[in-house]
Design a protein. Sequence first.
Length: 170
Amino acid sequence: MSDRVRGVRALEATIINLGAEMSIVWRPAMSTGLAWQDEQHKEILRRIDQLVDAIEKNQGASVIGELLEFLGEYVDRHFRSEEAFMRKSGCGSCELHAECHRVLRENLAEIKATFNRHGASTMVVLKMQSLVRDWLINHILAIDKQMAAEVNQMIATAIPHQKSQKVSNE
């Protein structure tokens, strides 16, 4: 069974009832094996959870707007960090990965625009749920894991004296 299939199965219990409850809990199956990346993914999930909780509790436009704004900025910073890491490490899938980031940024901007037009509506929650499913299943469990595996393979096959040089996102 592939890592992606294991990851998706591990997430099924978490996301199957997203219509009733949006909370998503980090699972080890979501790990890419890159600690810095996993920590950023965890923070994004925490912020999405706060956002949906604020919407569900009808906490008001200012709280929800601030959370959406923070999430947009944090996701942008995370994507820039990943893309810089991939360029630095010579990852071959950098362009494809960056294109996926562009699409996810656009989707998040659309959610923010829907919120600005309609407030904390059911439509905002539904769009956020769709974004989270796409990001978790298609991005973290497939694309990010593939990138991490590619980088780890490059490190494993590097000349012996280069193996000790660890690639970081800094």
